[in-house]
Design a protein around this ligand. Sequence first.
Ligand code: SAH
Ligand code: SF4
Ligand code: F3S
Length: 440
Amino acid sequence: MSKKVYIETYGCQMNVADSEVVVSILSEAGYEPTDNIKEAGLILINTCSIRDNAEQRIWGRLTAISYLKKQNKDLKIGIIGCMAERLKEKLIETDQLVDIVVGPDAYRELPLLVAEAESGHKAVNVLLSREETYSDISPVRMDKNGVSSFVSIMRGCNNMCAYCVVPYVRGAERSRNPESILKEVKELFAHGYREVTLLGQNVDSYKWEGNKVNMGFHDLLEKVALVNPLLRVRFSTSHPKDISDELLHTIARHENICKHIHLPAQSGSNPILKLMNREYSREGYMERVSAIRTIIPECSLSTDMITGFCTETDEDHKESLSLMEWGGFDFAYMFKYSERPGTKAARKYKDDVPENIKSARLSEMISLQNKISAKSKKKDIGMVFVVLVEGFSKRSGEFLSGRTSQNKVVVFPSGNYQRGEYVKVLIEKCTSATLIGKSI
Ligand code: SAH
Ligand code: SF4
Ligand code: F3S
């Protein structure tokens, strides 16, 4: 069997970007990527540890693919990414199917580790690094549309949100050399890509101090926007304590910087925000949202919320709901608090909100957000948006699908338009997830 690698990716956009780096490193070592798990000689699972259910899914997946090892005794299975970093050797002790365990900063070692596994030994490298950004590696693009791509601009996180496992599994924050970022973006554009999303856990703290340039995130964003006016630029994630007016003005100044900000609030209650160590208050968060609304009036906003964090009362929960109502978010990701071993919350606070209350609060929050999202979509009916076409709609080949600058999905009759084109669309109606219109 030729050397074929199948990679499966879980978790956030950062993992999607990392998988492309991993495939690039393995391609150099003679591995060819495949979409067919059955013909692979090496299966890699790029994992997430953010909540317990994310890890449970991976364990379930390992069980589901165990039959492949019975069919092919030379098959090697590797666990990479955040869960590899969190559990280390324990992964191999728990599941004998696992041959290779590699953390997010050790991907350059993969060819060596795979060779070690092929010679019959279990291979582990979970060293975190203060410098690694994989800046010189050209990711092998695995997206299906050839229109939009992720570009990692930094790694790790220096914030210590009490609930969060990311700093432990991704290490200290470091920024990537801006020259290598710009080079990657220019190459993407030359290959027909029309949208990049710059990725970091807290992009507002991007910082590069070189001998020629000193750069903050707003400088970098501007430089990326100037690569070509036909290239849309997005970014994620912003942190309410760090998002600056300078950045907001940069977004407002450039047509091609998308008018959408993902600004996780996590909670609307001051005592909870303090316990979470988010370093902003409800009022501070509202002030930043007001600044966004003033400086970029057409900007859409999305957020992340956690329900049932330690000590959360009904009153705290109501504060979260009222913040959501006030913010009028176009979209929100909502989660039940899941205690992660080793975090500050796990060490110092009791996970004291009963599961049934967490669930009830989450359902209440989701139904509120559904109403808010519906309102935000209804407001768009009758308006004209420039849509970047990503491909055919999932439902029908007679419709194209793309997104507005505000990151809302739009579906419209295909006509003669192609993916990668910008089309002006008049919105006529909407469903719960999509705007529907016609090109004008
Ligand atoms: N760096 C980003 C997001 C990282 S994780 C930020 O700072 O916002 C994505 C989301 O997962 C977080 O915004 C948070 O809402 C959620 N999350 C993180 N840890 C969690 C936990 N232990 N339980 C439940 N949700 C969690
Ligand atoms: Fe986690 Fe907070 Fe860092 Fe986001 S900013 S990754 S929530 S520690
Ligand atoms: Fe998960 Fe790691 Fe991302 S824990 S959310 S894959 S940084």
